[in-house]
Design a protein around this ligand. Structure first.
Ligand code: PLP
Length: 388
């Protein structure tokens, strides 16, 4: 039967599926659940971007098969965006690839660049979708442990040199989901050195690139000297411009890696709907005033969450970036048993840290994607359980 496909059997379970099922059942039973389990941006796409899309949808030329490999004008806009935001120069035709969301790029890269059985280095804890590419490309997984003591950055000195020499690709993600950590320029410099020493391709997932707080702007991996020689960065419009449903992102950097992504995509797609790319041009180059407003909004929510949790005696490290909080689990609980308790006794849904890997055990991830009032209420409900 069809279900005998080895790849289907091996694909990791979708991490959020069971959470969504539990939460929906609880809501259906009449509970007022505060759902902080997922990472779905709740704000609308800025109006100028929606308008650009509406006009672009009406254009007959956008109804036909478009060019493979995306609109040159979108790639030009992506290059201008990197120059403006990060001072990084990119050739739009050879150093930018258009993606239907960064998730697809993250999954395609092992298929495009690795042979079955070759080694990929992934962070633990890390974004669970990286594992889909590992399974589909049948590559070998090696995990890099992230710990609070090392600011949730991989410690390259701790990676077995034999594993490093075998590795073909290494994924990084800062600002980080789930730990909220941000990277420093010095860390990215070390990354370039490590990649050159062991001939590893770096994939920097910059999904939360716009989301740094307290006036700290996250740096791009591509700002490090030599970065383009060893890697690429994926930039999604999902978070910066609240366009998660539109599915638009791009990869930028190393021309060989970009060409490999394009070759794979030539066999999978024609291109992202050109009208969406036109809206993307407006997002990247049009009025940017929505971006600092969004950062302020997320910062207010973060502040509300951390003052409310401090007030109940639950001490977490204030998030420097992203729209999550990464909170320690109280003594006597695992991340799963604590997650269950919060849902059943407080009607608060969170994501168990071990869903992001074994080294996420001992934590829960809180999505700060609702109003400060709702976040305060969630903390008060948790406070009533008397655990801290
Ligand atoms: N990478 C990380 C770390 C994410 O958290 C997400 C979405 O939550 C993505 C990538 C996927 O983004 P996109 O909407 O571009 O597929």
């Amino acid at each position: 039967t069809f279900s005998e496909s080895a790849v289907l059997q091996a694909l990791p379970k979708q991490f959020f599926a069971s959470l969504v099922k539990h939460v929906s059942a609880r809501i259906a039973a009449g509970h007022d659940v505060i759902n902080l389990g997922q990472g779905n941006p709740d704000q609308p796409t800025p109006a100028n971007i929606v308008q650009a899309a509406q006009q672009a949808v009406a254009k007959p030329e956008n109804h036909k098969y478009s060019l493979f490999r995306g609109l040159p004008t979108f790639k030009q806009a992506a290059a201008e965006f990197y120059e403006r935001e990060y001072g990084v120069q990119l050739d739009p035709e050879t150093e930018i690839a258009v993606l239907g969301g960064s998730k697809i790029g993250l999954v395609e890269l092992p298929l495009a660049l690795m042979n079955p059985g070759e080694t990929i280095l992934l962070p633990d804890p890390g974004y669970p979708d990286y594992l889909s590419g590992v399974t589909l490309a049948r590559v070998k997984l090696a995990l890099m442990t992230l710990t609070a003591d090392h600011d949730w950055l991989p410690d390259y000195a701790a990676i077995d040199p034999a594993v490093a020499d075998a590795a073909k690709l290494l994924y990084l993600n800062y600002p980080n989901n789930p730990t909220t950590a941000v990277a420093t320029p010095a860390f990215y410099d070390q990354t370039v050195t490590f990649a050159k020493a062991h001939h590893i391709g770096i994939v920097s997932d910059f999904a939360y690139g716009a989301l740094g707080f307290d006036g700290q702007r996250p740096v791009s991996f591509l700002q490090s000297s030599g970065a383009k020689e060893v890697g690429i960065e994926l930039y999604t419009l999902s978070k910066t411009y609240n366009m998660a449903g539109w599915r638009l992102a791009f990869a930028a950097g190393n021309a060989d890696m970009i060409e490999a992504i394009n070759l794979i995509q030539d066999h999978l797609f024609v291109s992202v709907f050109p009208a969406i790319q036109e809206a993307g041009i407006e997002a990247l180059l049009g009025d940017q005033t929505s971006v600092p407003k969004l950062i302020d909004l997320y910062q207010q929510r973060r502040d509300a969450w951390f003052s409310a949790t401090e007030a109940i005696g639950w001490h977490g490290k204030k998030s420097p970036g992203t729209f999550y909080a990464w909170m320690p689990v109280p003594a006597g609980y695992t991340s799963e048993s604590f997650t269950e308790l919060l849902l059943e006794r407080a009607d608060v849904a969170v994501a168990a840290g071990n869903g992001f890997g074994d080294h996420g055990e001992g934590y829960v991830r809180i999505g700060l994607l609702t109003s400060p009032q709702r976040l305060e209420e969630a903390a008060q409900r948790i406070g009533k359980l008397g655990l801290f």
